[in-house]
Design a protein around this ligand. Structure first.
Ligand code: GDP
Length: 450
């Protein structure tokens, strides 16, 4: 096994950078590049020591260093870390010294990959490391921490255990068949399988919500010019960034803002007014606006509640297929539009009365957007966070369906095989028997130094 090294901290100016080394040569390399101030004391495992990184006679940097003996380390291998000065050059020089002395540069995610290969964490936990680093809201970070603690893995193991119990139950019967109890055995097993199907079905159904809570939702603002989209966007952001103007058609380009919507990371995209283009610039904006709506997780349509809807607004309400929130804006003015008229065209929509002018209804709008993104799923039940997990769950569900059919026709040996297939499909989530290319694909998306 090669010894790897890399700068673990972010690129750029900063007080301190950490150069991390992992592998069988970690200790030797550290001894070669690091000279402790107190030479008598030596370096004890898991204890910080003050000194210098040296190359020959030259002191490269003043540092703190620690050596951590396997297996109680991040990677489960011998690990050394050097805390040197931040900024690109100082850290680079320390890394170079380490590389000159026998380490090779780590690939993205290679430290965490070794933690996985060393059996300290499973694949779902490894993914959560990346999610935690990329988390954009405190809520997303908290969820990643839970997954890192093994929350998802425990749930999957529980389901797997239930399946194995059922297989054992069937196999006990197959080994000692008794004609009289065959039907009862099949019925009992079917009940147990049903319970797993329900739990897994719910999890797969909530997966969209799980993905959004970790990776974020894309909310696209739509509506005719002058309904108050930019003003509402500003209200949601509590900042004045979009251009607000009384002349229609001035919000020409797409405008993207990120915000923390009750813990849900959101990218809010403001579009050009959806109406017939009056000039070329605007027509480009409108074309892209339609594309944005098609790609949205949630569409936020803004209506001017002080006037009746026009043809185009009615058509759009009927057309939007993503979860739809309708803000009936300008509620501070005399009302000319009723909620029922909106719901008649878009029965599944969330409607909220807002006034970007007074700020009234903005909290309700935030809540509606949150609910629309999650579509009623409770955040606690949305524990499948990646497409990879969902695909595995769906494969398991298919096998369970086959198992049910086998049980219904009392072919217990086939049922046992299908249950084992479902068990294996679930195992893909934690990576129990993951192939090398699956593992590589997951870790290559990591950042350097992790
Ligand atoms: P957009 O074209 O849809 O982005 O609309 P703007 O945000 O630019 O707003 C158009 C006009 O409506 C501006 O003059 C705003 O001040 C005004 N406006 C926006 N929201 C409200 C509201 O809730 N109440 C009232 N009375 N005026 C509003």
């Amino acid at each position: 096994m090669e010894t790897i090294a890399s700068i673990a901290t972010a690129v750029g100016m900063g007080g301190i950078a950490i150069v991390r080394i992992s592998g069988p040569e970690a200790r030797n390399i550290l001894t070669r590049v690091f000279a402790p101030k107190n030479t008598k004391r030596g370096m004890r495992s898991h204890q910080l020591t003050y000194g210098w990184v040296v190359e020959g006679e030259e002191r490269v940097d003043e540092c703190m260093a620690v050596f951590m003996r396997a297996p109680h380390t991040y990677t489960t291998e011998d690990v050394a870390e050097i805390q040197c000065h931040g900024g690109r050059v100082a850290a680079d020089r320390v890394l170079e010294a380490v590389l000159h002395n026998g380490a090779r540069l780590a690939e993205p995610g290679e430290f965490t990959k070794r933690a996985f290969l060393g059996g300290r964490i499973d694949l779902a936990q490894a993914e959560s490391v990346m999610d935690l680093i990329g988390a954009k809201t405190a809520r997303a970070a908290k969820r990643s921490m839970q997954q890192m603690d093994g929350d998802l893995s425990r749930r999957i193991h529980q389901l797997q255990d239930q399946l194995l119990d059922t297989v054992a139950y069937l196999e006990a019967y197959l080994d000692y068949p008794d004609e009289d109890i065959e039907e009862m055995t099949a019925e009992q097993a079917a009940l147990r399988v049903r319970a797993v199907q329900q739990e897994l079905g719910r999890a797969a159904g909530n997966a969209r919500a799980g993905r959004m809570l970790s990776a974020g939702a894309r909310i696209v603002l739509a509506g005719s010019p002058n309904t108050g989209k930019s003003s509402l966007l500003n209200g949601l952001l509590r900042e004045q960034r979009a251009i607000v103007t009384a002349a229609p058609g001035t919000t020409r380009d797409l405008l993207r803002e990120e915000l923390d919507l009750n813990g849900l990371p959101v990218v809010l995209v403001d579009t050009a007014g959806l109406r017939k283009a009056q000039d070329e610039v605007e027509s480009i904006g409108i074309g892209r606006a339609r594309e944005e709506i098609d790609r949205a997780d949630v569409t936020l349509m803004v209506l001017d509640a002080a006037r009746e809807m026009d043809e185009e607004e009615r058509a759009l309400l009927k057309k939007v297929e993503t979860p739809l929130v309708v803000a009936m804006n300008k509620s501070d003015l005399e009302r000319r539009l009723e909620k029922e008229q909106v719901l008649a065209l878009a029965p599944g929509a969330w409607t909220v009365e807002t006034s970007a002018k007074t700020g009234q209804g903005l909290d309700a709008l935030r809540r509606a957007l949150f609910q629309a993104a999650l579509q009623g799923a409770s955040p606690e039940e949305a524990y499948l966070t990646r497409e990879r997990h969902v695909q595995a769950a769906l494969r398991a569900l298919e096998a369970l369906q086959r198992a049910q059919e086998a049980l219904a026709s009392a072919t217990l040996d086939c049922a046992a095989l299908d249950l084992r297939a479902a068990w294996e499909a679930l195992g893909a989530i934690t990576g129990a028997n993951a192939t090398e290319d699956v593992v590589d694909r997951i870790f290559e998306k990591f950042c350097l130094g992790k």
